[in-house]
Design a protein around this ligand. Structure first.
Ligand SMILES: C[S@@+](CC[C@H](N)C(=O)[O-])C[C@H]1O[C@@H](n2cnc3c(N)ncnc32)[C@H](O)[C@@H]1O
Length: 197
């Protein structure tokens, strides 16, 4: 379970039956930038325990589909959601869409993945940036032209430089640090709308 600090968002998530407080980050991003639409086919990279899957499953409705991949064991608590497919995989070993049981590219790519942190800021920043770069490298295969994305990033100068260079891949490019991010955390989210490969 991702709950660590028992703050307002922890209690709110428990009360509303979400598997993690991170759901409020995605909710704020989606309310602001309109990322997820009814009927969408979505991939959630590093979905575990699955609060983003819960939010997305509800939002896309019965016509949509959300695929979750994580190195952790499949979370059985999500198996009752009929529009969800889960895989236990390192996302960077996925070679083709067929492995995920889909044929079309996704309307939305979500990534809340975080590296294993060491506590050494410079090392953690590099690891996080590597993850972000690797997610960008998946877009040509995974993301439909016109599709949207949300990726978690740890703040660093190098991350800023990298992201600036990717801006033109999307018609709209935004940065947001949602209200529910803990004050001690260095994370923020990059949001891209309308992919133009
Ligand atoms: C912060 S958690 C995600 C929380 C999730 N958004 C939620 O709402 O419940 C980050 C997850 O990324 C996963 N992860 C990190 N690197 C990964 C990789 N290369 N492939 C698949 N999953 C990965 C971790 O196992 C972890 O479960």
């Amino acid at each position: 379970m991702t709950f660590k600090v028992k703050d307002h968002y922890f209690h709110k998530a428990k009360k509303e039956n979400f598997l993690a407080r991170s759901v409020y980050k995605l909710e704020e991003i989606d309310e602001r930038f309109k990322i997820i639409n009814k009927g969408d086919q979505i991939i959630d990279l590093g979905y575990h325990p699955g609060s983003w899957i819960q939010y997305t499953s509800e939002k896309i409705g019965k016509e949509g589909k959300v695929v979750g991949a994580d190195i952790k064991e499949i979370n059985n608590k999500l198996l009752n959601l009929s529009n969800v497919r889960l895989f236990q995989k390192d996302v960077f070993t996925i070679e083709n869409m067929a492995e995920l049981g889909v044929s079309d590219q996704f309307n939305v790519v979500l990534s809340d993945m975080a590296p294993n942190t060491t506590g050494v800021q410079s090392v953690d920043q590099i690891r996080s940036l590597n993850l972000v770069e690797m997610v960008f490298s998946l877009f040509p295969r995974f993301l439909k032209p016109g599709g949207n994305m949300v990726i978690k990033v740890f703040e660093s100068n190098d991350a800023q430089v990298f992201l600036k260079a990717q801006k033109n891949l999307f018609s709209e490019f935004h940065y947001l640090r949602p209200k529910s991010v803990r004050t001690v955390s260095k994370e923020f989210f990059v949001i891209g709308k309308s992919f133009r490969p």
